[in-house]
Design a protein around this ligand. Structure first.
Ligand SMILES: Cc1cc2nc3c(=O)[nH]c(=O)nc-3n(C[C@H](O)[C@H](O)[C@H](O)COP(=O)(O)OP(=O)(O)OC[C@H]3O[C@@H](n4cnc5c(N)ncnc54)[C@H](O)[C@@H]3O)c2cc1C
Length: 489
């Protein structure tokens, strides 16, 4: 019997995972990817002996990846290996305080007490609550479609709804954290988790307090060879299962007949399929692939997530005070978010994130040097003058790091590459370069994300960071599972 055929548009992490699952389910699968390499936001920049992961740098919940290898019956260690990292992040404050966020909650609590006088019981209780909420609420809301009645009659839904305490919905994350901690440093550290889905802690609901569970309780990991080895391993697995990647193939249209997706059009040619999964930003999918302007505008009713401006610096010096993940906090955190979300502008004292994979293994930078991925949050800006913005932000970033590290960085920057929100949009078609689709800046944001299917076109599904359950590698991988569960039932 002929196999049913599925086409996946876009080879981002969510698209690759969907392709693997569909091939395991018995479909003949083709992935149409406009770039010459799959991975979407995850790609590699190499220059003069420095290697930089262009997009994601924080790896949590490897279980989502292990599951794909188990399903496919392949040993993950033949494709991808990783180690756990005991410090999730090193936080630097302008007053000279430096805090190691250990992934052992007790150790983290002691560190917080010793460095800033936070009551250690607050940290332990907060992380326990985050774990409980994640287990009860997260597990159900992140693993199932919210748009199908079956989810709402699932036996665990009652426990999940009971676990949704009022402050999770009625307080902002900042209000929630102010109630839970006695130091401003703890509040700021736990507020930052709103940025994990591109949101504003002064607007996003207290519910986001479950995010630290992933990093601080379950732990963070480093994939050997860098983040790029995640999509590389998954593409190898997909190909082993028979998935065909059509690289450099830009899809112009999703073909629809009698309210049913029947294939795609690429390079002027029609390709038939029994079902189509779009892994491309859902706004772009409606606007450009379905030619549905009204559908696209509906997506924009929800605020876009923040984007990022990234400097990739080859630094010919080693900084013993830095770790794999480092944050240099803004002194006026609320003002920074007002600039990003209300004024749609960069703030002149930005919070700076630096990721340095040469701390983990040799070969990421020349000897005696470090590969710095330096990122600041960027607003969803239209028609920006990017060369001007980059010059201005670079000035703030260098000045702040010089001040906080006591160096003159310009002496050590040997290699420089820059990625702007416009660059992210150009490479992946994420509207305004948003990292996570829409933000979670409202109580109901989780329910307002686009579903993983549409009731108006049969056989069309959506996977990836712009739809349910959200952005970031773990959630994109979960979206692939939800899509395939919907297809399989
Ligand atoms: C700078 C940065 C830092 C980040 N940091 C982290 C982090 O530390 N941890 C984390 O978990 N997440 C992080 N993220 C978010 C994470 O990268 C994304 O959520 C995730 O990679 C998105 O995957 P996706 O499946 O939605 O597809 P995308 O990566 O958006 O890929 C979509 C694919 O579709 C292709 N495409 C688009 N249009 C077409 C077309 N017409 N025809 C064919 N192909 C098309 C694109 O080329 C692309 O390959 C970060 C993102 C960025 C940019």
């Amino acid at each position: 019997m002929n196999k049913k055929k599925a086409i996946v548009v876009g080879g981002g992490i969510g698209g690759i995972a969907t392709a693997i699952r569909l091939s395991v389910m018995g479909y003949e699968v083709e992935v149409f990817e406009k770039n010459e390499v799959a991975g979407g936001k995850m790609y590699l920049i190499e220059k003069d002996g420095y290697r930089f992961d262009a997009g994601p740098s924080l790896f949590t919940q490897p279980v989502n990846i292990e599951e794909l290898f188990e399903l496919a019956g392949e040993p993950i260690e033949n494709y991808l290996t990783y180690t756990s990292v005991s410090i999730a992040c090193r936080y630097f404050f302008e007053n000279g305080v430096c805090i190691n966020a250990y992934t052992n909650p007790e150790e983290f609590a002691v560190e917080m007490e010793q460095k800033v006088g936070e009551n250690p019981r607050n940290i332990i209780r907060y992380l326990k609550d985050a774990e409980r909420t994640y287990e009860k609420v997260g597990n159900i809301f992140l693993n199932f479609s919210l748009h199908r009645w079956k989810t709402w009659v699932h036996p665990r839904i009652v426990a999940a709804l009971k676990a949704v305490k009022l402050p999770y919905l009625l307080s902002t994350l900042n209000q929630f954290n102010v109630k839970n901690f006695n130091t401003k440093e703890a509040v700021q550290i736990f507020n930052r988790f709103a940025t994990y889905n591109g949101s504003n802690p002064y607007k996003a609901p207290g519910m986001l307090s479950l995010i630290p569970h992933l990093e601080q309780n379950e732990g963070t990991f480093y994939p050997h060879g860098g983040m790029i080895n995640i999509p590389t391993a998954l593409v190898q697995l997909a190909e082993k299962k028979g998935v065909r990647f059509r690289l450099g193939n830009h899809v112009e249209r999703i073909l629809v007949e009698n309210n049913k997706a029947i294939g795609v059009k690429s390079a002027g040619e029609n390709h038939a399929a029994d079902l189509v999964v779009s892994n491309v930003d859902v706004y772009y999918t409606y606007k450009n692939l379905l030619n549905n302007e009204a559908g696209a505008l509906k997506i924009l009713r929800n605020e876009r997530s923040s984007s990022a401006l990234i400097f990739y610096w080859g630094i010919k010096k080693e900084f013993s005070q830095l770790h794999l993940h480092n944050i240099f906090f803004s002194e006026q955190y609320e003002e920074e978010f007002k600039h990003l979300f209300n004024h749609k502008k960069f703030f002149d004292d930005p919070t700076i994130y630096i990721n340095i994979t040469s701390k983990m293994e040799a070969g990421q930078a020349p000897e005696g040097a470090e590969n710095w991925f330096v990122m600041v949050n960027a607003p969803a800006m239209q028609d920006a003058n990017w060369p001007e913005e980059v010059k201005r932000v670079r000035g703030y970033v260098v000045a702040k790091l010089n001040r906080m590290l006591g160096v003159d960085l310009n002496e050590y920057i040997q290699v420089e590459e820059v990625l702007t929100p416009a660059g992210i949009q150009q490479r992946t078609d994420s509207y305004l370069g948003s990292l996570y689709g829409t933000s979670s800046n409202s109580k109901w944001a989780a329910f307002l994300r686009h579903a993983n299917y549409t009731s108006s076109i049969n056989g069309l599904f959506f996977a990836g960071g712009s739809v349910h359950p959200g952005g970031g590698i773990p959630l994109c991988l979960k979206s692939a599972k939800i899509v395939c569960d919907l297809i399989g039932h």
